[in-house]
Design a protein around this ligand. Sequence first.
Ligand code: 3H9
Length: 692
Amino acid sequence: MFVSTDIEDGILVITINNAPVNALGAAVRSGIVEALDMVERDPSIKAVVLTGAGKLFSAGADIKEFGKTLIKPYLPDVLSRLENSKVITVAAVNGQSLGGGLETALSCRYRVASRWAMMGLPEVKLGLIPGAGGTQRLPRLIGIKEAAAMITSGKPINAMKAVEIGLVDAVAENDVVETAVSFAREKMKTQERRPLAAIEKPFDWDPDWLEEYKVKLINHSRGQESPIRALEAVRATGELSFVDGLKREREIFSDCMKSPQRRGLIHSFFAERAAKKVLFLEGSLPAQVDTIGIIGAGTMGVGIAIACAAGGFKVSIVDSNADVLSAGINRILQSFQRDLAKGRITEADANILGSRVTAMASIDALTDADLIIEAVVEKMDVKKAVFSRLDRIAKPTAIFASNTSYLNIDEIAAATNRPASVIGMHFFSPANIMRLLEIIRTKEASHEALATAVTVGTKLNKINVLAGVCDGFIGNRILKKYRLQADYLVEDGAMPSDVDRVMREFGFAMGPFQVSDLAGLDIGWHNRRREDSIRDPRERYVPIADKLYELDRLGQKTGAGWYQYTPGDRTPQIDPVVEEVIRAESSRKNITRRPVDDTEIRERIIFAMINEGAKILEEGIASRALDIDLVLVHGYGFPAYRGGPMFYANELGLEKVLKKVQKFERDDPFAWSPSELLVECVREKRDVLERV
Ligand code: 3H9
C-alpha cells in the first residue's frame, strides 16, 4: 500500500507510504488520485490532511523513473487535482519535503510543518528544474526573491525560516498530523484561501531585480545550466498566466531532462549513495571508537579535530611543539565560536564541542585512544618514528591511520608490530569542510580496521572512498597527470592564462596555475624534490615552476607566482616576466613554440586524467569507476555536472578517447601509454569503464 487513507470525523488523512524516502513513483501518484476520488464521492469528507509515513514527508519524484517512459498519472496533473480539490487541503509536513514533495505541499491550500521539517526544491542539483509547478507556485506564495534563491540554489530551509517567509502557516509543537487536523477544522469555519494558481503574479515582482540576479547567477554557476534555466521558469510568473507558466516550466524541465548535465549530476547523486556501500566490507564489524587521538596540531590536525568533535567523538590532540599546540587549540575553539556567531549551533553545542577536545603534549598520552590519526609533516622517517612510538604505547585494539597524501603506508605500517591495524585516512583541506575521505587499504589492513575507518568517516559526514596504496592514491595520482600536461602545454606554446581559462570553461572553479598560486609554489617545489629520487628518467621534466620558485615567486602570498597580484587583490594578472621565463625555457629545450588551441588543451588535460583513472582501475587501486569520479568531483573541483572523469569518458565514447590517447602517445610515448583497461573496453565494445 503506497498511499493509505483514514477518515477521522470528516477529515481524510492521506499518508504517502513508500519507504525509504516516500518518492512519488507511479504507484504513489495513483494512490493520491484514488484518495482524491474518495473526496469527490463522499460528501461527508470536509477536509484533507496529506502527510508522509516515517521521518520524511517526501523526497520528491522517483529519480529511478527518470529516462524511462513515464507512467500516468503524471505528477503535475495529480497536483492540479489536489490544488482544485473542493475541500480544504492541509499538508502536514512531517520531515524533509523536497522537490516534488514540496510541490505537493504547495498544491495544498495550507501547510503545517514539524519543527525538524526541511523544505527545498533541490532539482537544480540534479541538472533539472522543478517540474510540477514549483517554479510557478512558490514565487506566488513567498515572493520572487526568496523563491528564486531557493529554486536556483536548491538549498532547503528549516521550519523556522519557512514560517518566517510564509512558506508554512504554522509549526507544530507536538504531533504534526494532529496539529494539521485541528488546523483544518479551524479553517473549515472561516472563508477559504485562494489556491496559489489564482494569484496573478508574485507580490514583489521586479524584472530588473531578476536581470541583476541572473548576471550574478551566471557568474556563480560555472557553466551549470539548470540554475539559469530554473530562473527562466521563475520569470514566467510575472510574464505569463499561471497556465502558460506551467507550460513554460514543463518545456524547460523536458529540455533539462535530455541534457548531459542532468545525466552527470544524477550519476554523481547515485555514486554518493553507492559510496555508502562497500561490498567487500559487508559483514565486517567495526571497532568501537569513543576517543580519537590526533597527532599534529597544524592545519590538517586542527581540521580533523574539528570534524571529529562535530562527529561526536572525544578528541585528544597532540603536538610536541607547545606553541603549535596552543595555537591549534585556539583555532579549534574559535571555529566553534564562529559557528555559534553564525547561528549554526547553540551556545550549549559550542560548549559541548569545546569540552570534547583535550590538548596533549606527548604521544605517550594517547594510551586510551581507540583510533589515532597521524597528521605530521610528510617525511617518511618522521612518520615511521611516530608509528613505532605509537606501537609501544597505544592499547592493543587501537587502530592507526596516517593522513599522508602520497607516502607508502605499507612501509609506515611495517614500522609497527601490528600492520593489520594500520590504514590511511586521507582528509582534504580544510578537513572539517571538505567531504571527501580517501581510506587507504594497506597490504595487510584488516577488514575491522577498514570498517572502522568507514564507520568513523560516515559519522563525520564524509564521502568515503577506498583506495589501494600507490603514489598519491586516487586523487593526487590523477592530479599529477593533470599538472604535468598543464606544464607540457605551457612549454609547447600555450600560456598559463590559456590553460586556466580552458579549465574554467570546462567547469573547474580555477585553472591549475591559479590553484598553484593559491596553494603556494613552495608546496609543488617540495613535492618535486621528494620525487627527484623516484622520478623515472624517461619522464619529461618542466623546470618552469622551479625557476619561478627560485625567483621567490611563491604565489599569492608573495604577490607573484604564475601571475602577479596587486596588494589586497587576488585577481590574477598576466605577468610578462613569467612569459619571458616560459619562452626562455622552451628555447633552452629547442622546442619551437606553436599555437595550442582550446580543444588540444582540454583534451590533453582531461584525457590524461581519464587514462590514469583507467590505470588506477586496472591495477585495482580503486575498485569502481564511480569511486574515481567521487574523488575528483569532491576533492579536486571536477565539475559535478560532468559526472567525474570516468563518467565523462563514457559520455564522450571510449573509442574517441582511446584514439586521441594513441595520437598523443606518438608525440610522448612515456606520458601517454594507453591503459590496458581502456584498450580492452574499446576492443570488447564495452561502453562503461569498469573492471568486470
Ligand atoms: C523532482 O522531484 C522533480 C519534480 O520537480 C518534478 C517531477 C515531474 N527517488 O540519500 P539517502 C534513495 S526530482 C528515488 O542515502 P538520507 C537513495 O538512492 C527529485 N530514490 O538517505 C537511497 O537508495 P539506496 C528531487 C531516492 O537519509 C535511499 O533513497 N528530490 C530518492 O541520507 C536513501 O537515500 C531530491 O533531489 C528519490 N527522489 O537522505 C532529493 N531520494 O538505499 C534527493 C533518495 O538504494 N534525495 N532515494 O541507495 C535526498 O536528498 C536524500 O535522499 C534525502 C535522504 C535527504 C531525502
